[in-house]
Write a protein that binds this ligand. Structure first.
Ligand SMILES: [Zn+2]
Length: 78
């Protein structure tokens, strides 16, 4: 596997991203743990074939969670 070359903190960030990238996530549509990364920020469920836009290295990013919460709050207020 390729690795980041220089700096302990860089290597830690790289390892974290790679691990998040290779993990299987629960499909929001069918509930099976079959969602894998297809491309940058593009996630595909191997079971039902649904594709999702998410974080670059994980199904949901922190910024995405904040956006989701803000949208939910806005919907409730309107
Ligand atoms: Zn699915």
């Amino acid at each position: 596997m390729r690795s980041s070359k220089f700096g302990a903190s860089n290597r830690k960030l790289f390892d974290k991203a790679i691990r998040a990238k290779l993990t299987r996530y629960e499909c929001p549509k069918c509930g099976k743990f079959k969602v894998t990364r297809k491309s940058n920020a593009l996630w595909l469920c191997k079971s039902c074939g649904a594709s999702f836009a998410g974080g670059a290295y994980s199904l949901e990013s922190e910024a995405g969670q904040i956006a989701k919460r803000l949208i939910a709050e806005y919907d409730k207020g309107a």
